[in-house]
Design a binder for this molecule. Structure first.
Ligand SMILES: Cc1cc2nc3c(=O)[nH]c(=O)nc-3n(C[C@H](O)[C@H](O)[C@H](O)COP(=O)(O)O)c2cc1C
Length: 317
């Protein structure tokens, strides 16, 4: 581990470190209008949502790194107290990157980036048609976090209206695969929240799991389980009892025919647990424990935590 004291680093070094260690950061594409009516559009990844009752978002147009001057978005918002915060998806990411160019204040960044303005309902700045999620906002507080180069300013906005597309919804929530959001990371890296990058972790749902302390030492000491797999096992409501182990085993349909290690392996990999488990238990082979761990890991990958716990218990009999 290395430890950094921001006081002892140059500002760009602190900035680079933070960009690398805090992420992926969502991107707010902020639309604002100057007091003279000139539209501005700029992306900000120091951004998030803070509360739903009422809904607030905040983002940070910092002072410029070269001369500590204030950015156009900040100046517009300080004057007009309104903006629209638009989420950014993959199909518009190049355009928003272009919109981050330091154009002079009289330039309309909708025209420069080719993104389409749509009239808002409650505020003057327009929404961005291409954005899948648009929030009309009233600016309630502006916090200045310093007056040097790259000092932050926090713009705290009350969300007045949310516009999105009903086709993005699946089972009552916005599907990450459909909305296809992008986020900012270090340097010039972005990431796309889709495909293999998206995964689910079922919520504890009000039940109290047994936790790490209560997991058997055998499991914790085994090098075959990862920290994430042990983390899943923490959700167990109790360790399996002898009766439960017996009834689990009896409910399988044992085929006593002996099988080679290769056959057992492929049964486990193809999740034919009914066949694999009795055959492994009866195999008496030296790799019995390893195969049972493999089976338990498969169950964990399927979020079948109780079944995994049963198999792990049998593995240490
Ligand atoms: C994806 C992305 C995220 C950015 N995030 C921030 C940020 O959080 N804060 C900031 O001050 N600048 C950020 N920038 C740079 C601003 O977008 C850039 O300085 C822009 O020109 C400001 O425009 P304005 O002067 O019209 O407000 C980001 C740029 C990109 C491409």
């Amino acid at each position: 581990m290395i430890t950094f004291d921001p006081e002892k680093l140059k500002v760009p070094e602190v900035h680079r470190l933070l960009l690398g260690g805090v992420g992926p950061r969502p991107i707010a594409l902020v639309s604002s209008v100057s007091a003279d009516g000139i539209r501005n559009l700029s992306p900000f990844s120091f951004f998030n949502v803070f509360g739903a009752n009422p809904p607030y978002v905040a983002f940070s147009p910092a002072r410029r790194g070269k001369d500590a001057s204030l950015k156009d978005t900040y100046i517009n918002i300080a004057e007009t107290k309104e903006c629209v915060v638009n989420s950014v998806n993959f199909s518009m990411v190049e355009q928003i990157s272009f919109a981050s160019t330091e154009f002079s204040p009289e330039i309309d960044e909708f025209q420069e980036s080719g993104l389409t303005p749509v009239e808002s309902v409650m505020v003057r700045p327009p929404r961005v048609l291409e954005s899948p999620f648009q929030m009309e906002c009233r600016v309630e507080q502006i916090l200045n976090l310093g007056d040097g180069k790259a000092s932050g300013n926090l713009i705290i906005c009350r969300v007045l209206l949310i516009h999105t597309n009903e086709e993005l919804f699946e089972h009552g929530i916005i599907s990450p695969y459909k909305i296809d959001l992008v986020a900012r990371m270090s340097g010039e890296y972005y990431c796309r929240a889709n495909g293999d990058s998206v995964f689910e972790i079922p919520k504890p749902a009000g039940k109290t799991g047994i936790g790490y302390k209560a997991l058997p030492l055998d499991w914790k000491n085994s090098e075959l389980l990862t920290a994430n797999e042990l983390g899943k096992l923490c959700h167990l409501e109790s360790l399996p009892t002898i009766e439960e182990l017996n009834s689990f085993y009896e409910n399988l349909s044992p085929r006593m025919k002996s099988r080679s290690i290769e056959e057992l392996n492929s049964l486990v990999i193809s999740e034919k647990f009914e066949e694999a488990i009795p055959a492994i238990i009866n195999s008496g082979d030296g790799s019995r424990r390893e195969l049972l761990y493999k089976t338990a890991k498969r169950y964990l990958a399927l979020n079948k935590i109780y079944e995994a716990a049963v198999i792990l218990t049998i593995a240490h009999w």
